[in-house]
Structure formats: C-alpha cells, structure tokens
Design a protein around this ligand. Structure first.
Ligand code: NDP
Length: 329
C-alpha cells in the first residue's frame, strides 16, 4: 500500500470553496476499520454539484468528494472483510461527512461496504454506481407496489441521464413497456437501443400540470422532480405508482392530492444514501441478474482522474449521456 496518494480535496475559506488536486498521507485519512485501494469511482449528478464547489452537500471541510468507490481491501479490522477482498461503496455519507472516492486510498467503515458481486469488475460496478443502484431501488419499489409489466407502461424521466438510462435498460429487460422522456432528441436511437418502446419530449412533462390528466402509464421512475414529477403523477393510471429519485429539474412538487385520493396513485420515495444493507445487497444481486451488460457498456464512458472536473461541469449542464466511470489508479 502506498504511503502517499493522490486525491481531490475541497476546502472552504471565508465561505468560498476551493477544489484542488492534492497528495495526502495515510495519516490524513478519516477513521474507519477498512482501508480500500480505490481503483474506480464515477460521476453522478451529486458529484457534479459538489465539484462545482457551491453545493450544500458537503457538511464538513476539508472533504474528499466522490459518493461512490470500488477497489480492493488493503487492511481490515472488520470481521466481514479481509485484505484482497473486492468491494464497492455507495453513499453512506461519502462526500458529505466522510472522505469519498476521488482518492487512491479510502478508510471507511466496513459496515458500509458491499462485497463486489462476482458478475462485475470494479469498473462495471462504477459504471452502475449510485445512479444505477438507485434505478434498481426504484424498480424494486415499483415491484413492491405491484406494478408488474401486465399493468401497463412505465415512464422514465431524464431518460438519457444516469438513473434514467439504467432504469430504461432494467425495465425493458424485465418486460415492461418503457416510455422514455428526454430533452435530447439526438438520443432517440440511444434510448431505443436501451429498450425504450416510445420516446416523449421532455417539454411534454414540463408543462403546467393539471389536477388530473388522461391515464397514460401504470408507473414511473423520476429523476427530475418539479413539474415533471407532477405531470407523471397526474397521468398515472388507477392504482399505479411513481418512484421519485431526483431533482435535476427542481426540488418543488407543484401538484394536488387528486392523483392520490381519486386514483389511489402512490408516490414512492427513494433514498440511496442511508438505505439499510439488506436492501443494498438485494439491489446489487438484482443488478447482477437483470442488467444487460452490453447495454451497460453502451451507456458508459471512461475518463481518467484529470478529467473529473470537466465531467462534473458536463453533468450539471445536462451533457453527460448515461454513465461516467473514473479510473482512479
Ligand atoms: P444525470 O445528470 O445523469 O441525469 C439527469 C437527467 O435529467 C439529464 O440527463 C436530463 O435527461 C434530465 N434533466 C436535466 N436537467 C433537467 C431539467 N432542468 N429539466 C428536465 N430534465 C432535466 O444525473 P443522475 O442520473 O446522476 O441523477 C439524476 C437525479 O437523481 C439527480 O437529481 C440526483 O441528485 C438524483 N439522485 C438521487 C438519488 C437518491 O438517492 N434519491 C441517487 C442518485 C441520484 P434528458 O437529457 O434525457 O432529458
């Protein structure tokens, strides 16, 4: 294990955040019972916010950003992990209160780690990352709400983004008719390649929502929020459900109780960060079973450490298609 290693560090002075490449030593790491040699990380929307240097995501400074990591255990005093084990980690306060994945070494709590599923290399696990694992959590939530393929179509918003791309591929493989909403008309072929049966323009879901609209789908997976989520809810058929994952379009939700009390529609909240371990492992097991690896490859771009900050700008500008993997070492 290296004694000195490369990382990105965010510090804050006089309310101004500074993001810089640094070299740290093992003594700089935070407390934890497992040290991981990080081989790969990824860029999620939240990472874009953090690297942008203005987000309230980071709650302690200095901070190493990166909400995801995958790699190999170098040292462990945790009963569940030993040196050489391949592991991954999503969320659990990484990049918020604990040093994250944009670092060649990470010291974390073993209780946060998921053994790397045999189906995936570390790079593939990070191609999935928090975005893909969240898409799987949303699919599981729809299944728990009895939204099966025979009930009708499922609409996916922000479909060309990370959560949206993985959700589209998963739902299609599971036999759902997927209606993909995107603001990028140039990505129609890409989304059809992932399994979308129909594409609708983003603008259709961005209009001012009515209290109720014609029933169009049995379920939805939303990573946009605001009017988009409202329009998804009001067009959900009787007894249907929409899983809310994100806020790429806004944090508000301008709707009424009509879909809930007149159509029995359910709004399913999805949080990946503090999700208890049994559900995480279930989600990763299901990803190993239900995600088509050729589709994962088609939605993934790989970058090197030095390209991280540009990728962060791109994801906030809505320019990233699918997922981005970062080679850390
Ligand atoms: P991406 O940027 O990859 O995807 C977001 C997509 O939303 C874009 O690609 C775009 O899709 C669409 N979009 C962007 N801006 C707007 C806008 N102003 N109005 C409408 N649509 C827009 O991000 P991720 O997939 O990584 O994350 C998506 C969201 O989910 C984020 O808000 C993120 O914070 C949240 N999230 C939440 C998690 C949780 O635990 N709840 C975990 C993971 C993510 P297109 O071009 O196809 O229209």
């Amino acid at each position: 294990m290296k004694s000195r290693f490369r990382a990105i560090l965010i510090s804050k002075h006089d309310d101004v955040q500074k993001v810089e490449d640094v070299e740290l030593s093992r003594a700089d790491l935070m407390e934890g019972d497992v040290t991981v040699e990080v081989s790969h990380s990824t860029v999620n929307y939240k990472d874009g916010l953090v690297l942008g240097g203005r987000s309230p995501v980071v709650r302690r400074f200095p901070m190493i950003p990166g909400i995801d990591l995958a790699g190999t255990v170098a040292e462990s005093s945790h009963a569940g992990f030993k040196s050489g084990d391949k592991v991954l980690l999503n969320g659990f306060g990484l990049s918020e209160t604990h040093y994250g994945g944009y670092s060649e070494l990470a010291r974390v709590k073993g209780d946060w780690l998921v053994p790397l599923p045999k189906a995936f290399s570390p790079a593939e696990a990070m191609a999935i990352g928090t975005a893909g694992y969240t898409a799987m959590l949303a699919v599981l939530a729809l299944e728990d709400a009895h939204i099966t393929p025979d009930k009708g179509a499922v609409v996916v918003s922000g479909a060309a983004g990370g959560v949206g791309s993985v959700a589209t591929a998963l739902l299609a493989k599971l036999g759902y008719r997927v209606i993909a909403s995107t603001g990028r008309t140039e990505e129609v072929d890409y989304l059809k390649g992932l399994g979308a049966a129909e594409i609708i323009p983003r603008a259709e879901l961005a209009a001012d929502p009515r209290p109720l609209a014609k029933e169009r789908w049995a379920g939805g997976i939303d990573s946009v929020g605001s009017k988009t989520l409202a329009n998804m809810l009001v067009a959900t058929s009787y007894g249907g459900a929409v899983a809310a994952c994100g806020l790429a379009g806004g944090m508000d939700l301008p709707t009424s109780v009509a879909p809930f009390i007149l159509r029995g529609v359910s709004l399913l909240g999805i949080d990946s960060v503090q999700m208890p371990m049994p559900r995480r492992r279930q989600a990763w097991d299901r990803l190993a079973r239900d995600l088509d690896m050729s589709k994962l490859a088609a939605m993934t771009k790989t970058i090197v450490f030095g390209e991280l900050r540009q990728a962060a700008q791109d994801i906030l500008a809505g320019k990233v298609r699918g997922r981005v993997v970062v080679e850390i070492r």
